[in-house]
Each structure stands twice: as structure tokens, then as C-alpha cells.
Ligand binder design. Structure first.
Ligand code: OAD
Length: 250
């Protein structure tokens, strides 16, 4: 894979980099995406049922069991090369931030630190009534949503559902990072879900150099300086070599 000089230079010289990731980065680990491809989740499962408060209130067990399958997937599958390269980037360069829309925890498992999770985490539950939060007990999965030990209301996965606000602190941190980065690399995001998808646009407005890695075109194509059409792990591996291999001149 060939890269132009500017992209290598900008990545080498950047003081602050944001990696902004979506479901596409975990696709190569075997986690289905939401919108692209025949096996994507929202093709087979109605988000009004499985990703909304109303859906949960109408049938808590159904939603809980659907998430139990997703939790099992996350448990048996592994982060892939793309997650590991981003973790290595954080160790190699100063001020590299990971902002993700994913709930699978794969960035952390690959070794990334201070990951900003915009859509929550499948590894936690929160109670329906008061938002008390607890780690999910992966070793003792239940068929029914358990009751909150604090207030007895039902526990639900601590993920952001349609119509809900993003976690305030995570989003404000993410906004600050997007306003103040030199380079933002968007990876595997369809750019269809806001406000998360506004972050790359923020960065571009503030003068950051925008790189996009995706197997398909998105609305960000016209704004990004560089669009790499390909799989996250392949493009990131090639970028890593080009940026950190001192034989490659830029
Ligand atoms: P989507 O499923 O909407 O989009 C995944 C994107 O990844 C698409 O643009 C694909 O072309 C791309 N893609 C697929 N495989 C790839 C690969 N191997 N390498 C690179 N790119 C690849 O996922 P998101 O944009 O993350 O929210 O979706 C955003 C939010 O919508 C999710 O966080 C979730 C969903 O509803 C909530 O559940 C709140």
C-alpha cells in the first residue's frame, strides 16, 4: 500500500492524535456491524425492540437474552490487529486518544488506556430506575434481568440506546479532544449516528488533518484529506510501517 508524503508526515509530526472507532474495527474479530453487509445486526433485529428503553420495558427478558448472546460473543472473541496497533501507537507517541462508539471493550483488552466510550459498555449494567451501575457477572449469566441490589429495579446493559443521551462526561471529553487534535483517524464508522459522528467534523473545522479508513464510502469522504478504502487491520498495519519504519522517507 502506498501513502502520500503528507499523510506520513502529519502522523509523524502530530502532537495529538485521536483514533475514532466504530463497529468496522471489530468486524475482523467476528463482531457483526450494525448497518453494512448481509449479517449486520439492524438487518435482522429491530433497534426499536432491542435498543430502546420502550423495547426493554415491553419485554425485558427478550432484550436481556439478546444482550446475553452478544456478551458471550465478546467473551469468546478477541481484539484484532487493528486494536493492537492503536494500543501500540498510544505507547509510541504522546497524546494519542482513543474514542470509540463500540461497547465491546476490545481497545482496552488490546492494551489501550483511557479509552473514551461514547455508547457505554457491555461489561456493565445499570438499573432502569436510578442508573446505579454494576459490573456484569460474565461467569454467572442469568436468563432474566436481575434486580438492582440498591433499589430493586431491573438491571439493563449499560449501553446507550436510541433516544438516550450519551454519557455527559465521556462526550464532553471527546468533544474537547476533537477540537484540539492535530490528526483524527476515523476507522470503521458509518458516520450515520449522531452526535458521535459529529466529532470528525469538529476536528476538521478546527484544522485537524482527517484520515478515514473504511471498507466503503461514507459522508466523511468529501471532508477527509485521506480516504483509505480497505480493512482496518490491513490499512493500519501498512500505515504503522510507513510511519514508524525509519527507512521510509517522508
Ligand atoms: P455501522 O455498522 O453503522 O458501520 C460500520 C462501518 O464499518 C461501515 O461504514 C462499514 O463500511 C465499515 N466496515 C466494516 N468492516 C470494516 C473493516 N473490516 N474495516 C474497516 N471498516 C469496516 O457501525 P457504527 O458506525 O459504529 O449505537 O455505528 C454507530 C452506532 O450505531 C453504534 O455504536 C450503535 C449503532 O446503532 C448504539 O447502539 C447506540
Amino acid at each position: 500500500m502506498k501513502f502520500n508524503e503528507t499523510v506520513i508526515k502529519r502522523l509523524r509530526q502530530a502532537e495529538t492524535i485521536v483514533f475514532f472507532t466504530g463497529a468496522g474495527i471489530s468486524q475482523e474479530s467476528g463482531i457483526p456491524t450494525f448497518r453494512d453487509g448481509a449479517k449486520s445486526l439492524w438487518k435482522d433485529f429491530d433497534p426499536d425492540i432491542y435498543a430502546s428503553v420502550n423495547g426493554f420495558d415491553n419485554d425485558p427478558s427478550k432484550v436481556w437474552q439478546w444482550y446475553a448472546e452478544r456478551r458471550q460473543q465478546v467473551r469468546v472473541l478477541e481484539p484484532n490487529r487493528a486494536h493492537f496497533i492503536i494500543a501500540d501507537w498510544q505507547h509510541k507517541a504522546p497524546h494519542v486518544t482513543v474514542i470509540t462508539q463500540n461497547i465491546d471493550g476490545f481497545h482496552q483488552r488490546a492494551g489501550s488506556q483511557n479509552v473514551i466510550e461514547l455508547h457505554g459498555s457491555i461489561a456493565r449494567n445499570q438499573c432502569r430506575k436510578n442508573g446505579h451501575r454494576f459490573p456484569h457477572d460474565f461467569d454467572h449469566p442469568t436468563q432474566q434481568p436481575p434486580n438492582c441490589p440498591e433499589c430493586n429495579s431491573l438491571l439493563r446493559p449499560d449501553v446507550v440506546w436510541f433516544g438516550e443521551n450519551l454519557p455527559e462526561e465521556a462526550y464532553s471529553q471527546a468533544e474537547m479532544k476533537s477540537f484540539n487534535c492535530d490528526v483524527l483517524v476515523s476507522i470503521g464508522c458509518s458516520m450515520e449516528v449522531f452526535p458521535a459522528a459529529s466529532l470528525p467534523y469538529n476536528a476538521a473545522r478546527c484544522g485537524a488533518y482527517l484520515i478515514q479508513i473504511n471498507t466503503q464510502a461514507t459522508d466523511l469522504d468529501t471532508v477527509a484529506e485521506c480516504n483509505f478504502q480497505g480493512k482496518a487491520s490491513e490499512v493500519l498495519s501498512a500505515l504503522w510501517c510507513a510511519v514508524w519504519n525509519s527507512d521510509v522517507e517522508a
